[in-house]
Design a protein around this ligand. Structure first.
Ligand code: ADP
Length: 479
């Protein structure tokens, strides 16, 4: 099959979270199964000069009506480090900016225009590819208009929409509907209109031939009022074409046996390297060695969904008994401030690093004993898969993908890979921390869980077969 992915993120070039990681791995996993898969992304600042991408101008020029204006875009082409073909939609006025979606906590005011333009360019690229593609696979609200455009124009592509996070819907005031140049009837309950606004994700759900979420649990949660972020009724109405498919982890990149970002390699049967990484991590962030207590860590977008609020009430207790805490995070400025203040109260035990730092994110996974994911909601939670692989045992709330990824440690049966809690409150988190600390003090028991966690397999091989089934169901078995 021939599949064109459309996404606003692509690791390692442009990423704020797991979306980019999926776009790095899924097309490559499809290619490994004999399919042709490429990706279209906006040409953000720095991409043209990025040697790893080796972008070149295809010479294709698009003149795209966006509302009353016609916007010009260039199509460039490069290759990701894993060989996947990447198309770049270049329009510097729209995409050559500091951030992907905004700056200093504020979304760009023209995001509707930027991603409507992007979606229209995706359709134009799809139309020009020869031999023709079978499926356009759009990701999240930024590309969710693609299925609407395809259906409205009766184009011969099957469309799939993956929702990586239903909380982000691309909801704009109704006037922006004019930017789509779609016929007026599309701004209705049967189209992209949602309570007077234009809601791009809702349009994608209605018009895509199939839509998926990034875990089976999340597929169930988004059909409930609690987990549906206002769209649960829409999701329920279209549940017949909804598939929950847990993402995979890309072990070519996230593997302590081969990771170029960490000072010493290790594997389940030879864990000395993990000790060295732990020491290197503490030194790197300027914390004293912790001979007896565990190193807790978080690598996260600083957003409400990630459960940062649960951390503050337990920090003092967590850091007792020689424990350490390292948080690498970027996002909400309120959380950044609170974390900074908390870290100053425990300068010898707690370091907060603000920003996005790929190398440090790998070192943290390798050096940490415990990885904190107290998420309020977590569609997938790729970092929990990485944490398992690196033997940083997750403390996770049983929500969304985390529910599928982390198994609670059960001493009676000597099973489990982490510490799971259910209620969203600090005391439930604290209970999991107490259990983790207690087991940590028992070195042989801890080592056994670490080894089990590192052997858990969440590779893309399983997920990619499910996507194949979805595509095949749309275009027919013969393909
Ligand atoms: P989400 O998609 O909700 O952000 P995931 O856990 O699925 O959460 O994926 C997050 C991805 O983003 C991981 O690859 C993680 O390492 C990366 N990441 C998140 N925050 C940072 C950061 N501050 N620095 C480096 N990488 C980060």
């Amino acid at each position: 099959m021939k599949i064109l992915h459309a996404s606003s993120e692509l690791t390692p070039f442009a990423r704020t979270g797991g979306l980019g990681d999926v776009l790095e791995a899924l097309p490559a996993a499809l290619a490994a199964r004999g399919h042709e898969a490429s990706v279209v992304v906006p040409c953000y600042r720095g991409l043209l000069g990025d040697q790893r991408l080796g972008a070149r101008d295809t010479g294709v020029r698009l003149h795209v009506p966006v509302g009353t204006r016609v916007l010009d875009a260039e199509i460039w082409e490069g290759r990701a480090p894993n060989g996947v073909q990447v198309f770049l939609v270049r329009r510097d006025e729209s995409f050559d900016r500091v951030g992907l979606y905004g700056e200093e906590g504020h979304d760009y005011g023209d995001n509707a225009e930027r991603f409507i333009l992007f979606s229209k360019c995706v359709v134009e690229i799809a139309r020009r590819i020869s031999p023709p593609i079978d499926v356009i696979h759009a990701h999240d609200w930024q590309a969710a208009l693609v299925p609407v455009l395809v259906k409205e124009r009766n184009l011969p592509f099957a469309t799939v929409l993956t929702i990586h996070n239903l909380a982000y819907q691309g909801s704009f005031w109704g006037v922006d509907f004019g930017l789509t140049n779609l016929p007026g009837h599309c701004f209705s309950a049967r189209g992209v209109e949602f309570f007077g606004n234009m809601n791009l994700l809702k349009g994608g759900i209605l018009f895509a031939d199939a839509f998926t979420t990034v875990s089976e649990t999340y597929a169930r949660e988004v059909q409930t009022p609690e987990g549906g972020a206002g769209l649960d009724a829409v999701v329920r109405e279209h549940a017949h074409k909804l598939h929950g498919i847990l993402n995979g982890a890309d072990y070519d990149i996230w593997n302590p046996a081969t990771d170029k970002f960490i000072p010493k390699a290790y594997k389940p049967s030879a864990l000395a390297g993990k000790k060295a990484c732990r020491a290197a991590l503490l030194e790197e962030v300027g914390l004293a060695p912790a001979p007896t207590g565990p190193v807790f860590a978080m690598v996260t977008r600083l957003a409400e969904q990630k459960g940062i609020d649960l951390i503050f009430p337990v920090i003092d207790r967590m850091l007792s008994n020689d424990a350490r805490l390292i948080v690498l995070g970027d996002g909400d400025s309120g959380y950044e401030r609170e974390l900074m203040i908390a870290s100053r109260q425990h300068p010898e035990r707690f370091v907060f690093r603000k920003g996005v730092d790929e190398q440090l994110s790998h070192l943290i996974q390798a050096g940490a004993d415990v990885f904190l994911m107290p998420s309020h909601s977590e569609p997938c939670g790729l970092t929990a898969m990485y944490a398992l692989k690196y033997g940083a045992l997750p403390i996770a709330r049983a929500t969304g993908g985390l529910y599928q990824i982390v198994q609670d440690y059960d001493p009676a049966h000597d099973s489990g890979t982490g510490f799971v809690f259910h209620d969203y409150n600090p005391e439930a988190l604290w209970d999991a921390i107490v259990r983790a600390k207690r087991v940590f003090a028992d070195a042989p028991a801890w080592k056994a869980i670490v080894q089990r966690a590192m052997k858990a397999d969440f590779s893309w091989a399983r997920a990619v077969v499910r996507f194949e089934e979805v595509y095949r169901g749309l275009i027919g078995g013969a393909a």
